[in-house]
Design a protein around this ligand. Structure first.
Ligand SMILES: Cc1cc2nc3c(=O)[nH]c(=O)nc-3n(C[C@H](O)[C@H](O)[C@H](O)COP(=O)(O)O)c2cc1C
Ligand code: SF4
Length: 371
């Protein structure tokens, strides 16, 4: 088992030593100003030392004032470059490649991180009866008075900020960049009817709703040159008014046309619990399967993947090209080395989500069950 998973994989010009990818996980290990800490370097270095092909870092905010959680990693200032270089060097030393995920949390930002106390999104959302958004973990705070719809000028400014962050990523030595266009953050808010009520060129038709993403993509691609750009998308948001798979397929086709190097498939409520049986695993595989029928761009699939048998199946059936693991690597940072050594028992992670940060209880992400 896992012969295919452990084969090297050519992602554009980048040679990955195998098809395992550490999916982005906010660790809460940066400092309060978004700077890298020794603890964060140690975390990525440990997973890299297990021989994983590619690491995609936790989301890094492109400008201070767009965080949702404390101790998020930042890439909004040139002063962060020397720090970021330290992560890259530590990971490269172990032989893995590393992308940085860049994000703007949009309406999901926490107003306390913005000096004006404001949060920005595609539109101001009517909160009355807004249970779907609440279910997605959005707008749960008392933020209805501080929402602002971005003006076109501000949209252009955001596009520029993503490009500048991508340039910093290159100066820091990252092998590529991932755009976080999933999980109801700013880019995915533009893609969703739930948040995007605009009547200008950024709202209405799908072509208009994906304009923001495509402008950012082109800006980032331009800054990256030959280095790969990955885009993380929700196959579906999973709520009424959210993006549906038929639309995501069209977004993926357009991204392919523009030269996207990797599409990372996720979905609404990405961290599902109760992954017990093999049939519970790979819960977004139907999205990957459908997208793959329409594009040749490599597909990374993440979400509930736990067993070598399922990994073999996903790769052999051509459901995806790369296998993303998030919580399994929180529970067992050296999981890839364990599997390579021939111990093919499934990942220990029981998908209970107790690793999440809790104010006052745990400062950073950690697995209280197995570590
Ligand atoms: C603590 C925690 C933090 C996360 N942070 C991010 C993030 O920064 N960016 C992102 O795209 N996904 C994030 N995710 C989602 C994961 O990348 C992944 O999609 C999800 O955990 C499902 O995969 P798994 O079953 O292998 O854990 C996070 C997940 C967890 C558990
Ligand atoms: S607490 Fe540990 S076992 Fe539970 S989901 Fe998190 S990593 Fe997995």
């Amino acid at each position: 088992m896992l012969e295919l998973a452990f084969q090297p994989y050519e992602l554009d010009s980048l040679e990955l030593s195998n098809r395992f990818v550490m999916a982005p996980v906010w660790m809460g290990m940066a400092d309060e100003k978004g700077h890298v800490t020794d603890q964060l370097i140690q975390h990525y270095s440990e997973v890299a030392s297990s021989g994983i092909g590619l690491i995609i870092t936790e989301y890094a905010y492109i400008k201070s004032g767009h965080q949702i959680l404390p101790r998020m990693l930042g890439i909004g200032e040139d002063a962060q470059i020397p720090d970021l270089k330290r992560i890259v060097e530590a990971v490269h030393k172990e032989g893995s490649k590393i992308f940085i995920q860049i994000a703007d949390c949009g309406l999901n930002s926490d107003p306390k991180y913005n000096s004006a106390g404001l949060i920005y999104g595609p539109s101001i959302i009517e909160l009355k009866g807004f249970t779907e958004a609440e279910a997605m973990g959005v707008l749960t705070r008392e933020n209805k008075h501080v929402m602002k719809a971005l003006t076109v000028e501000q949209i252009k400014e955001k596009v520029k900020l993503f490009g500048e962050a991508a340039l910093r990523a290159m100066k820091s030595g990252f092998d590529g960049v991932e755009l976080h266009a999933a999980h109801s953050y700013l880019i995915s808010q533009f893609l969703s009817n739930l948040y995007n009520k605009r009547t200008d060129e950024y709202g209405g038709s799908l072509e208009n709703k994906m304009r923001f993403l495509l402008e950012i993509f082109k800006e980032v691609k331009d800054k990256l040159g030959k280095h790969p750009v990955s885009v993380r998308l929700n196959g579906e948001d999973g709520v009424a008014g959210g993006i549906k798979i038929q639309e995501t397929i069209k977004v993926a086709e357009k991204l392919e046309e523009e030269g996207c190097d990797l599409i990372s498939v996720s979905g609404g409520t990405p961290e599902k619990t109760g992954i017990v049986k093999e049939t519970d695993e790979a819960y977004f595989s139907s999205f990957a399967r459908k997208i793959k029928k329409h594009v040749k761009t490599p597909i990374l699939l993440t979400g509930g993947i736990r067993s070598p048998k399922i990994i073999d199946h996903l790769l052999k059936e051509g459901v995806c090209d790369l296998i993303g693991l998030a919580r399994p690597l929180i529970a067992e940072p050296k999981l890839i080395a364990r599997w390579r050594s021939g111990d093919l028992r499934k990942a220990k992670c029981i998908s209970c989500n107790k690793c999440f940060y809790e104010e006052g209880l745990r400062k950073y992400v950690n697995c209280p069950i197995f570590k």
